[in-house]
Design a protein around this ligand. Structure first.
Ligand SMILES: Nc1ncnc2c1ncn2[C@@H]1O[C@H](COP(=O)(O)OP(=O)(O)OP(=O)(O)O)[C@@H](O)[C@H]1O
Length: 873
């Protein structure tokens, strides 16, 4: 990271410095290790200090990989601080060089890294009676610049990470505004003075007078200084300004994104308003010198270390401090406290600051207290805490991978892209690693065995970090050609002038301060000229004057030489000036175009970054929702599975029930079927009995008819049939004469077979030599037309598939009326039994069937020796 200074007029332009391996000189990142004291006497340590720089870690039995690699691990640091090391020791070794850097014009970064509770905050901030690095740094800076600080508001933030230099009049106006605002606050009932508690040593380590015979660093006396502080936190990968308050801005009509605050009004405001408002996240941007900064961050000008620490305390109250299972007050965010030192040279007289923005030199010391690097499963975090832990680990992982890639690029000469933008933490400090600056890290370690697994990870990170090299910053001290020590000379001149005025020389008032180079001709003129020893005096005088003449000649030659040099310089400068003027004009034109482009791009960038932020927030919330939904899905699946199991159980139960029911019903059905069959058999028997009765009657009738006159069996048969029962006597009387019956051999048959007959397929066929087949009788003529015999075929079949074919045979006798009548005198019955039905009906049925078959006609017998029935005429 480069210290910010715009090139002074007349200075030659430097070519862009190549990046990466071609950088001039580099220093490795210095990593220090601090072991904290054990909390409980029962705790066992897993670390041993071998020397000032080496520490050995022995895995305890509880370690995860104790069995796999029970080896001691040795790590070397720039310095290892034992548990007994004091805050002062740490400060002197680690931080003093960084403070010196800042005063000399270089940027520095210091961060503390370690597991929760390992003492990062303790090391960085300290406690009431034991100030840490930050208050000590402030103390040394303010002690060193004490006599050379500007009045307030001479430097004013310019919104672009730089500073403008204001004239004394403008600065005074701002101071008056500040005073007025302070008075207004008092009037509105806010406490006029900072509350005692705020300055108590309990809450403010700065007040400790033990910040001892505070150290001093030599500063350039011809420069003026001002200190600004910013305090931001990186929480869930968003940057928040801990010193920001919208109302304060509105109150003082500061519409700029970066502004200078009245410290006291700021403080009163916070005193009155203890409820912290929701902070707006900030974006990280790059300034004109390619330095990263938080856009719109609040920069507060402070004039003493107490004031600075007070501002820090206010910001500190805003930090999100969460309780985890490991530590009651564990910070869940990375905090970045930046001390910015603004310097500008005094003019030639050593009186006023040069009001040219381009000569302002801005350096900064960033003190970063990282959040704990512990594993999430160890902290037993859930919900919001888990998300925080995830983000913390992500940003630390990004820091780690950035350093790894940097190291790889440096060691192997590769040119891989370092993913600084992946996290806000690395993005903000990109310039320290990519550009120039001094980076130091303090690894805080709790040596107890319980923390072994985490400590090992921390050590690995530390080892890797030490291999990264950062370009050594070059101090670009601008020499404007003014006399060094002019501030002091100005002071002495003023003192002398006032002394002269006091001594009665009022014209001394008109004397102008002149602190240009003074040529001295040597020591004072000899005083004892009036001595009696003239020769000696003359000799002394001659020697003295000769010396003076020589000195004068030397000085004159020197002066001439210098004048010539100056002339030459002026000529070359003038030439350069003309060249630069031309170059400047073309650059200005290009610059204005670039500016337009840049502002357009900046607008775009702002929007994009805001979008990215909002998208990230959305992503985070979406991730949360997904996690919730997945959990819900799991629960539902489990419920569904349970329901399925229940269903199967119920199904099985009902299946068993149904089986039982079916068996029961089958049994009942069988019983019913048997009953029905029995009933049917009974009915059949009854019918057979009836038939037998009819047969008997017929036989009896035949016998009696033979004895009686002319009564043919056929007429009796006709009479016996129910069809003729209701007829009148006249109808029953034979209207045909049987004597007209034709001879048997000449019989011509009408074979009447209705269409829908089932083919019987038997070899036994009725004997009809001459026959005419009809399916329907439509007119009497069909009978009378030469036929003498008539046969009607009828079929019956039951559900068992048994088929009964009956042939009713009769004589066709012409009637006196010219028609014909059929006298049925024979019936053949062909019964076909299904083997299945037979099987079911059993042997008894077969016997019955025999009986049925043989009972149809006296001249007809049916035998069931095989499946096919046989009819015998
Ligand atoms: N070197 C030390 N000497 C004495 N006390 C210490 C030391 N280091 C840490 N402690 C004490 O341990 C406790 C936890 O330390 P601290 O808050 O600094 O941890 P941390 O690493 O910053 O934790 P977190 O990551 O949660 O912020 C504090 O009460 C602090 O006083």
């Amino acid at each position: 990271m480069k210290s910010t200074r715009v090139k002074p007029p007349g200075s030659t332009r430097k070519p862009n410095r190549p990046k990466g391996n071609n950088m001039l000189s580099k220093d490795p990142v210095q990593v220090f290790c601090r072991l904290r004291p054990m909390q409980h006497p029962a705790d066992i340590s897993c670390m041993k200090l071998v020397s000032d720089t080496t520490v050995i870690i022995t895995p305890p039995e509880s370690a995860i990989n104790f069995r796999n690699s029970n080896k001691e691990i040795q790590t070397i640091f720039s310095h290892v601080f034992p548990p007994s090391a004091t805050q002062k020791d740490i400060f002197n070794i680690v931080a003093i060089p960084l403070v010196e850097n800042v005063i000399r014009g270089r940027n520095s970064l210091l961060f503390t890294y370690g597991v929760t509770g390992s003492g990062k905050t303790y090391t960085m901030t300290g406690e009431a009676q034991d100030a840490g690095i930050m208050p000590r740094c402030l103390d040394v800076i303010f002690n060193s610049i004490a006599n050379y600080q500007t009045k307030k508001f001479i430097f004013k933030p310019d919104k672009l990470n730089g500073f403008d230099v204001q004239g004394e009049a403008d600065a005074m106006l701002d101071r008056q505004n500040e005073l007025h605002a302070g008075l207004m606050s008092q009037k509105n009932g806010k406490s006029g003075k900072p509350r005692k508690a705020e300055y108590d040593s309990d809450s403010n380590p700065m007040v400790i007078h033990d910040i001892e015979e505070s150290q001093l660093i030599q500063v350039d006396q011809d420069t003026v200084y001002a200190v600004f502080v910013t305090y931001v936190e990186i929480y869930n990968n968003s940057v928040y300004d801990l010193l920001e308050d919208e109302d304060i801005r509105n109150k003082y009509n500061y519409h700029s994104s970066v502004f200078n605050l009245n410290y006291f009004s700021f403080k009163y405001y916070f005193d009155a308003k203890r409820i912290f408002r929701a902070l707006q996240s900030k974006i990280v941007r790059e300034d004109g010198n390619k330095n990263m900064y938080v856009h719109g961050v609040t920069e507060i000008e402070v004039k003493s270390s107490e004031e600075a620490f007070e501002v820090f305390q206010h910001g500190q109250r805003r930090r999100r401090v969460a309780h985890t299972a490991l530590n009651a007050e564990s910070s869940r965010s990375h905090s970045v406290f930046t001390i910015r030192l603004v310097q500008a040279p005094l003019d030639g007289e050593g009186e006023q600051v040069i009001q040219d923005k381009r000569v302002v030199c801005i350096t900064q010391l960033s003190l970063v207290d990282l959040a704990g690097s512990e594993r999430t499963n160890r902290t037993k975090n859930t919900g919001q805490r888990l998300r925080e832990a995830g983000n913390i680990n992500n940003s630390l992982m990004t820091l780690r991978s950035c350093l790894e890639i940097l190291r790889e690029n440096q060691l192997q000469g590769t040119n891989k892209i370092v993913p600084y933008r992946d996290s806000k933490l690395t993005h903000l400090f990109k310039n320290y690693f990519d550009g120039e600056g001094q980076v130091r890290m303090i690894v805080c370690v709790n040596p107890r065995a319980e923390d072994y697994d985490e400590t090992i990870q921390v050590m690995k990170f530390a080892e890797m970090t030490q291999e990264v090299q950062v370009a050594r910053p070059i101090i670009t001290k601008v020499d404007l050609g003014f006399t060094p020590g002019r501030r002091q000379a100005n002071k002495l001149f003023k003192e002398a002038r006032s002394k002269l005025k006091r001594e009665g020389y009022p014209e001394a008032e008109d004397l102008e301060v002149d602190v240009g180079l003074v040529y001295n001709l040597g020591g004072p003129f000899p005083e004892d000229i009036n001595s009696s020893r003239n020769d000696e005096v003359i000799n002394n005088l001659i020697r003295f004057l000769e010396q003076r003449i020589n000195k004068r000649n030397v000085l004159r030659a020197d002066l001439e030489q210098k004048q010539n040099d100056l002339r030459k310089k002026i000529i070359t400068m003038e030439q350069e000036h003309i060249k630069l003027k031309i170059e400047n004009a073309s650059l200005k034109a290009a610059n204005s175009q670039q500016n337009k482009k840049v502002s357009a791009l900046e607008g775009h960038l702002c929007k994009t970054e805001e979008q990215i932020d909002s998208l990230l927030r959305k992503l985070n919330s979406a991730n949360d929702t997904i996690r919730c939904l997945q959990q819900e899905l799991k629960d539902r699946n489990m419920a569904l599975n349970q329901r399925l199991i229940d269903k199967q159980r119920v199904k099985q139960k009902y299946n068993t029930k149904m089986q039982v029911e079916t068996d029961k019903m089958n049994k009942e059905l069988e019983v019913k079927l048997r009953q029905q069959r029995e009933e049917l058999q009974n009915q059949m028997k009854e019918k057979e009995n009836k038939l037998r009765l009819v047969k008997k009657i017929l036989v009896d009738d035949n016998v009696s008819g033979a004895s009686k006159d002319c009564a043919t069996p056929s007429s009796n048969f006709v009479e016996a049939t129910p069809k003729t029962e209701g007829r009148s006597r006249k109808d029953k009387a034979a209207v045909a004469n049987p004597r007209y019956r034709r001879s048997q051999s000449a019989d011509k048959w009408i074979d009447h077979r209705p269409g829908a007959l089932v083919p019987v397929g038997t070899v036994l066929q009725p004997l009809m030599r001459r026959r005419r087949s009809v399916t329907r009788l439509t007119s009497p003529k069909e009978i009378t037309d030469g036929a003498s015999r008539y046969c009607l075929v009828a079929q019956e079949h039951d559900t068992d598939g048994e088929l009964e074919t009956k042939l009713f045979k009769g004589d066709i006798i012409p009637t006196s009326g010219g028609g014909a009548q059929v006298v049925f005198n024979d019936m053949e019955c062909l019964k076909q039994l299904s083997p299945k039905a037979r099987k079911r009906s059993g042997p008894q049925d077969i016997e019955n069937g025999n009986e049925i078959g043989s009972s149809n006609h006296s001249s007809m017998h049916a035998e069931f020796h095989s499946k096919r029935p046989r009819v015998v005429n």
